[in-house]
Ligand binder design. Structure first.
Ligand code: A2P
Length: 257
């Protein structure tokens, strides 16, 4: 049995010059936990060309969804950005990753902090009914350079607000906090600075960061992860993993350079 399953592209949506998302068929045997990633890619010259991608779809959904950057000279994304409905992609049979709720000590507020395509695993997690069951509040923060780069997340949250099952849960529990660094917007600045200054919590009208209540998941640029890791560690937060749950967990966004 090949390590990769062939799946058919069902839809593709281009959000900006550098961002797109797509859905694909899902093998019924492909199981994953919300927040995990798998290797996905294309056959190029008879060989699989694969990169790690977080599932942006939830594990109860029939189709798979991915959110990707486009890198013009990137070996995979220069090709992947051209896929169309009906094309074949390869999806690894094994999902893995640290951004799973089991790696966190139970808490009351879940902070999902992302930049760029680091939003993807959180798109999966905010469609997980257990997350709402286990937390009083979920804060989804997404930082981008430009307003246009927020579109995928804005649509995702809007769709959930209008969803028959998730709508009421989202209204009660999910706080969506998009922020932009390089042009005017209602929330401005880097997530690191917004947390360090407490501005993020003031803007959403909630209590400041508190190790007793807060559990955190981070996904984004390496520099953002490094700074937030240091900031949380300095406040006594412990990083969790598969063997030892903690107060926060980290995954880098799998950006192709
Ligand atoms: P900035 O515009 O100030 O660099 P990128 O497109 O480079 O991946 O960045 C996505 C978002 O992450 C941008 O808003 C960027 O802000 C922000 N960012 C970059 N580095 C950091 C960092 N060290 N901490 C927090 N946010 C960061």
């Amino acid at each position: 049995m090949s390590a990769f399953q062939k799946e058919t592209v069902l839809s593709v949506r281009h959000w900006t010059d550098s961002l797109f998302s797509f859905t694909a068929t899902r093998d019924p045997g492909f199981r994953f936990q919300n927040g995990q990633f798998a290797m996905i890619g294309l056959e190029v010259g008879g060989k699989p060309l694969m990169r790690a991608y977080s599932m942006a779809s939830a594990n109860h959904e029939e189709a798979l969804e991915f959110f990707s950057i486009k890198v013009q000279d990137g070996p995979l994304t220069s090709r992947l950005q051209k896929i169309r409905e009906g094309d074949i992609i390869l999806v690894g049979r094994k999902a893995t990753g640290t951004l799973i709720t089991g790696n966190l000590i139970p808490g009351r507020r879940l902070l999902l902090l992302s930049t760029g395509t680091g939003l993807a695993p959180f798109a999966s997690l905010i469609k997980d009914p257990d997350v709402y069951e286990n937390c009083e509040t979920i804060v989804l923060a997404h930082g981008c350079r430009q307003v246009s780069e927020l579109a995928y997340g804005e649509h995702l949250v809007e769709d959930l607000r209008n969803h028959e099952f998730f709508g009421p849960l989202i209204r009660d529990k999910l706080v969506y906090y998009p922020t932009v660094t390089r042009e005017p917007f209602r929330n401005r600045g880097r997530i690191t600075d917004l947390i360090a200054s407490n501005q993020l919590f003031e803007d959403i009208g909630q209590a400041s960061l508190d190790i007793e209540t807060d559990r955190i998941m981070l996904c984004g640029s390496p520099a953002m992860l490094e700074e937030l890791h240091a900031m949380f560690a300095a406040r006594g937060f412990v990083e969790g993993n598969h063997s030892q749950p903690g107060h926060f967990v980290i995954e880098k966004a799998f950006v192709e350079r």
